[in-house]
Design a protein around this ligand. Structure first.
Ligand SMILES: [Mg+2]
Length: 147
């Protein structure tokens, strides 16, 4: 089974809980991909994101596009989606929110507090990106995973 796991508003609500979940599911033979509407640059600029991404099979960063079609474009059929916003599977950020945030500005919904927070990201050193498989977008890096 291939699992598409959202990051913002999902993993961010219980980071360590999702690390445990991802490791357990991968040990059981399943593949877990981060499926996010972030741009790859916004993933690479976030240290916590990169640390989490070392636990999964790949990162699929759609750049505000709908997740399902984007994954299919890269030959990945997700069987189960874990996402705080189910609309993001079928619809783009523009369709959901009207005016998506520009590249470099990540809006993270917090469903516990109800208060969204905005994070601006800058690129990190490439050493933070080792061990992460980036799928689609500008590049694909494949190295050994640290699970
Ligand atoms: Mg989300």
């Amino acid at each position: 089974m291939k699992i598409g796991l959202d990051y913002d508003g999902t993993v961010t609500l219980d980071y360590l809980g999702f690390v445990s979940l991802v490791r357990m599911m991968r040990q059981r033979g399943h593949e877990v991909y981060i499926t996010t509407m972030r741009y790859i640059s916004e993933c690479k600029g976030d240290l916590e994101f990169c640390a989490f991404a070392k636990n999964v099979d790949g990162v699929i960063a759609t750049g505000r596009e709908a997740k399902k079609d984007y994954c299919l474009k890269y030959g990945i059929t997700i069987d189960v989606w874990i996402d705080d916003n189910p609309r993001a599977v079928e619809e783009s950020a523009k369709e959901i929110w009207g005016a998506p945030s520009p590249e470099g500005v990540v809006v993270i919904e917090d469903h516990v507090t109800g208060i969204p927070r905005t994070v601006k990201v800058e690129p990190l050193s490439p050493s933070h990106h080792w061990g992460i498989s980036w799928i689609g977008g500008e590049e694909t890096l494949k190295t050994t995973s640290g699970v």
